[in-house]
Design a binder for this molecule. Structure first.
Ligand code: PA5
Length: 329
């Protein structure tokens, strides 16, 4: 898992859309659609979440993510559906994909195979490289989904190649920062991490939580500002009872109002004994922040797994649950 995570920047450079996908994307762009729905679960969902948040200020139509069995009714034949399942055998994704097909939505599929590949026959399928854990394939999936979205939405393409090169270079300096991934993992030992994000870093906070769950096998939570100011902040009254590690993901894009909110929230967390930390990586653009924070926190999850002496690769409980459910259907 460590080598998969360390290959993050390299994987980002690997995305190539094949001819059928490109043609269908271009067709959808010309025809015009009402929205795009990204379907997938767990490690296969997160690339969509990050892309949707990254594009939220630029897209003229809704780009939504869906994690479940039946697509919401507003997803009709005027919507494009992008289904992602690394294994191609995830129940919820297969079911949502089926509803997309029955509603006549144009579909795009990212998978290594499984039933999803069979179900998607005759439509654009991007085959993913096998041999990864789904969550570790995030950069690979993102490097396909982001250009696909940008083509359909007729937006200027993000230069992922340069972003990946920058990330490779910048990550070398992380060992010299006050908080290295290892240090943050040490601080998280015996605590419940709570990742707080804002805007494009909201799904990154969610990703960090999932990586702590799946790789380091610990409970972890995520929340977002400004919403958390209206509920979670009251929970800080119990910080003395529960060992929490709040990590605030700080963006250089924060406007004054948001900065004030972060600072005031941090003060209240501190006053209540929650010992929050500001995570600042000094990244310069939105794409660098989305990718850089994700990469950094992925590394933290690996360090934490190592400190806790657990195997980040195996996901026994997810597999157990999938088996149990298969028996009931
Ligand atoms: O990272 C993981 O292993 C999980 O979160 C899976 O991604 C999730 O269970 C869905 O499976 P798949 O990605 O094969 O659709």
């Amino acid at each position: 898992m460590r080598s998969m995570v360390e290959g993050f920047p390299l994987m980002l450079k690997a995305g190539r859309l094949d001819k059928t996908t490109l043609e269908e994307a271009e067709h959808n762009r010309q025809k015009g659609i009402d929205g795009i729905c990204l379907v997938g679960m767990g490690g296969s969902a997160i690339a969509g979440e990050i892309c949707a948040a990254y594009l939220s200020d630029r897209s003229a139509i809704p780009v939504v993510t869906f994690q479940g069995y039946t697509l919401p009714p507003f997803v009709n034949e005027r919507w494009a559906v992008i289904a992602v399942s690394y294994s191609g055998d995830t129940d919820e994704t297969l079911s949502a994909f089926e509803s997309a097909q029955s509603r006549g939505c144009p579909t795009f599929t990212f998978t290594t195979g499984g039933d999803l590949e069979k179900q998607a026959k005759g439509t654009p399928i991007q085959k993913l490289t096998t041999g990864f854990q789904p969550r570790a394939a995030l950069p690979l999936i993102l490097s396909g989904i982001l250009p696909l979205l940008e083509i359909i939405l007729n937006l200027q393409r993000t230069d992922l190649e340069s972003a990946a090169t920058d990330l490779e270079r910048m990550s070398k300096d992380w060992e010299n920062m006050p908080f290295t991934p290892k240090q943050l993992a040490k601080d998280a030992m015996g605590k419940i991490p709570l990742f707080v994000g804002w805007k494009h870093l909201t799904p990154v906070a969610y990703r960090a939580r999932c990586q702590m769950n799946e790789n380091a096998k610990v409970m972890a939570f995520n929340s977002e500002l400004p919403e958390a100011s209206h509920n979670e902040i009251e929970g800080t009254a119990s910080c003395g009872e529960f060992p929490l590690l709040p990590v605030f993901l700080r963006s250089t894009e924060e406007d004054q109002k948001t900065r004030n909110r972060f600072e005031a929230t941090l003060e209240i967390f501190s006053k209540n004994g929650c010992n929050p930390m500001n995570l600042e990586l000094g990244l310069r653009s939105r794409i660098q922040e989305s990718l850089g924070f994700t990469f950094f926190l992925d590394l933290v999850s690996i360090e934490l797994a190592e400190l806790r002496d657990v195997d980040p690769l195996e996901v026994k409980r997810i597999t157990e649950l999938k088996k149990k459910l298969r028996k009931t259907t």
